[in-house]
Design a protein around this ligand. Structure first.
Ligand SMILES: Cc1cc2nc3c(=O)[nH]c(=O)nc-3n(C[C@H](O)[C@H](O)[C@H](O)COP(=O)(O)OP(=O)(O)OC[C@H]3O[C@@H](n4cnc5c(N)ncnc54)[C@H](O)[C@@H]3O)c2cc1C
Length: 365
């Protein structure tokens, strides 16, 4: 993976940031190496490897190369479980060969203009009609939204206001009439990942594109969100480790008042403390990865891990930028990109406040 990224990704990084989206040729090459959808059965082009340590290493190596792990995270860690575990045999035959070949890009549409943290507020509706559903509504902030060939859409299939069984997951394919893509949203960071609005105007979705049983959408979203939060945590810890690494190089080299800035006690202690905190985070993260490998990662644990590691990443990159002085604010310095890209980690996949709500409720509060 490390060699592959150096050869096929690092030289193109700037171009991808300008393009603001996934380079599909790169993605096909990654798939050829077995880095995409490898959990899928071999008959569908996967490797049949269901061991989260492989997923984690792909994310970590991407972060250590100074790249964004978003595409690996989104396709392998977030979308994969829906297709591997929820899709029927017939759906797997239709979608998995393209997915594992890097030809088919998937996206997940939960968030709406009026409902992000509060998924029970989803207003998109899917009404039964003949041999399928008629889908109406809109989604926003959807990663890979401008180019996804397949979008898993969370929609309301019942009028019961906030009932757990009022939601279902429907797979919308890119060429379905009535499916329209809105703006590619301009963001602070994560430049090589497109984020878009999606609109559904009387889209006829055949019953064969219902993912899981009707009414189980919310339950399945919640189940898969645990792994999404673990993935964000892997990227948070690896991103912070990378920030420390580049900052150590900088503070040993840059001098002020005739001495390297890292040798001032205040800076030395800051780096020492962050290093110790990251070692603790690494140990806790690795334990959660082991639990995921054994299919027993508790969603509450994943929520707490996500909140703690992403807040830690933010503190680390912000302090590391400070240690770069004015250069840290310049685009040409790597730490500025790390800082911009880290900010959203505390928001997507469930904000820190929502994560603490989940943990707090588990304490009976
Ligand atoms: C770059 C990016 C990519 C994304 N990709 C996707 C994607 O692919 N698919 C998808 O479905 N979504 C995606 N999202 C959406 C993301 O998951 C939501 O932005 C996130 O869940 C927060 O929802 P919201 O933006 O509606 O904020 P809101 O829910 O409006 O929250 C606003 C603020 O209120 C706080 N808040 C809300 N409720 C409570 C509470 N009960 N207690 C305390 N504080 C509270 C929140 O923590 C937050 O600080 C993406 C977002 C971004 C920015």
């Amino acid at each position: 993976m490390r060699g592959f990224l150096q050869k096929e990704a690092v030289p193109h990084r700037e171009q991808w940031e300008q393009d603001g989206k996934l380079d599909r040729e790169f993605w096909r090459k990654a798939a050829m190496q077995g880095f995409v959808g490898f959990e899928a059965p071999e008959e569908f082009g996967g490797l049949g490897i269901q061991d989260y340590r492989f997923n984690a290493i792909l994310l970590e190596e991407t972060c250590y190369a100074g790249l964004l792990p978003d595409h690996f995270m989104l396709q392998n860690d977030v979308l994969g479980p829906y297709l591997f575990e929820l899709a029927s045999a017939e759906q797997q035959r239709r979608w998995l060969p393209g997915f594992t070949a890097g030809e088919l890009i998937a996206a997940i549409g939960m968030s709406e203009p009026g409902a992000g943290s509060d998924l029970r507020g989803i207003a998109t509706t899917a009404r039964r009609n003949g041999d399928g559903y008629v889908l109406n509504g809109s989604k926003t902030f959807i990663s890979s939204g401008t180019q996804a060939d397949l979008v898993i859409v969370a929609a309301r299939t019942s009028d019961e206001a906030r009932a757990s069984n009022a939601f279902s997951l429907l797979v919308v394919e890119g060429d379905m009439p009535g499916f329209e893509r809105g703006r590619k949203l301009q963001k602070i960071g994560r430049a090589n990942q497109d984020t878009a609005e999606l609109f559904f105007n009387d889209v006829h979705v055949p019953a064969g594109n219902l993912l899981g049983d009707e009414g189980t959408g919310l339950r399945n979203l919640m189940r898969n969100l645990a792994r999404e939060r673990l993935a964000v945590s892997v990227a948070a810890v690896a991103g912070a480790e990378f920030a420390i690494r580049i900052t150590l190089e900088y503070v040993k080299d840059r001098t002020a008042f005739g001495t390297p800035i890292g040798s001032f006690q205040v800076n030395r202690h800051a780096l020492a403390q962050m290093t110790a905190e990251l070692r603790a985070a690494r140990a806790y993260l690795d334990r959660c990865i082991e639990e995921e490998v054994e299919s027993r990662l508790d969603p509450t644990e994943a929520a707490g891990l996500k909140a703690w590691t992403t807040e830690l990443q933010w503190r680390v990159v912000d302090r590391c930028l400070q240690l770069h002085g004015g250069y840290g604010y310049m685009d040409e310095y790597e730490i500025s990109k790390q800082w911009r890209d880290a900010r959203v980690q505390r928001i997507y996949g469930g904000s820190t406040e929502i994560m603490w709500e989940i943990v707090g409720k588990s304490l009976g509060l």
